[in-house]
Ligand binder design. Structure first.
Ligand code: KG4
Ligand code: ZN
Length: 311
């Protein structure tokens, strides 16, 4: 992705998107009583376009403006579709982030783990690209894996069984690249078996680290008698049915109930950004709020050991 090109395309499309959305919703701009827009984290050019547009609408109409953290949109999205109370344990798995957090309320997060290198979605995307399966990689790998054998190709499970809740997917990605080359490249290799084996390895890593986080969460937030603690998966990778099944089994044996938003609320969407603003219950932001390229949900969390640390 070229940041400058992405920002220009945002600029070209934004008016059209606003007009189209209003038309589809059968609304006029005068019907809107507040504006929420993603203000980070991410490539700052695109984020700035959305921010400036939202501020312009808010200023012109004298209505409140909400600067929303994209990650908070994902983190609170399960409450849009399901009756979930705070606190809950969140596995946030998107294209850029893989994190385990306790969510105690809007704006209140305690991070247990994050990735030391690539995100799970990034591993899906980069491996799918190498295998010639296109973008986004997650759905393509899931589809190919349907008719593959998950035990056919031995792949590592980085950090599995080591203490803590951090993730690492870079070594798994490299191992897949190597196996792909050994097997003759994307034209000759058994792509379905590779896809199934990769999906299983990622699911195993997510389940292993999440099991540690469930124990940490129970120690920090002992549930009231008769109330089951909740594990939520959000972000694009949460749309993966195999990963869901794997985590459902692990959650069940740890005494947690598992909730996953419907697929269209897992991948990036505007409803979750509006919802995150609604959850703040009338605490809007000033119109001089500056967009943030980095915006961790838990600013106090210690970085994981290793290089290439993500927030
Ligand atoms: O949350 P999202 O839509 O955008 C970001 O904020 O990153 O997540 C996109 C990521 C991509 O890496 C995509 O490959 C992955 O979610 N993804 C999936 C599936 N659907 C989307 N990964 C695995 N299985 C899926 N079915
Ligand atoms: Zn996202």
């Amino acid at each position: 992705m070229v940041p400058e090109v992405a920002a220009r395309q945002h600029l070209e499309m934004i008016d059209l998107v606003v007009r189209d959305t209003l038309r589809q919703a059968n609304m006029r701009i005068s019907d809107i009583d507040a504006v929420a827009a993603t203000a980070g984290p991410g490539l700052i050019g695109g984020v700035a376009v959305g921010t400036v547009t939202a501020k312009a609408i808010a200023a012109a109409r004298s209505i409140p403006y909400y600067a929303v953290n994209h990650l908070e949109g994902h983190a609170l999205s399960p409450r849009l579709a399901d009756d979930i109370e705070f606190p809950y344990l969140l596995l946030l798995v998107s294209g850029g982030h893989t994190q385990l957090l306790a969510v105690t309320g809007p704006g209140h997060y305690q991070r247990y783990g994050t990735t030391m290198d690539d995100a799970a979605g990034e591993a899906f995307d980069k491996c799918a690209k190498a295998m010639g399966l296109g973008y986004p990689g997650g759905p393509a790998i899931e589809a190919a894996a349907q008719s593959g054998d998950a035990t056919a190709i031995a792949l590592p499970r980085p950090l599995k069984s080591s203490p803590g809740c951090h993730f690492s997917f870079s070594g798994l990605k490299t191992a897949l690249f190597n196996r792909l080359t050994q097997l003759g490249g994307p034209d000759k290799a058994p792509l379905n078996d590779l896809a199934a084996s990769l999906q299983q390895a990622i699911a195993d890593c997510l389940a292993d680290r999440t099991a540690h986080a469930m124990a940490a969460f129970l120690a920090d937030h002992p549930p009231r008698a008769g109330v089951m603690p909740t594990l939520v998966i959000a972000g694009g990778v949460a749309a993966n049915k195999h990963i869901f099944a794997q985590l459902a089994a692990r959650a069940g044996s740890a005494g947690f109930r598992l909730s996953v938003p419907p697929a269209h609320l897992c991948t990036d969407n505007a409803a979750m950004i509006a919802w995150a603003a609604l959850e703040r219950q009338g605490a809007p932001d000033p119109l001089d709020f500056a967009p943030r390229p980095r915006w961790p949900l838990d600013p106090k969390a210690a970085p994981p050991p290793g290089r290439g640390v993500r927030s």
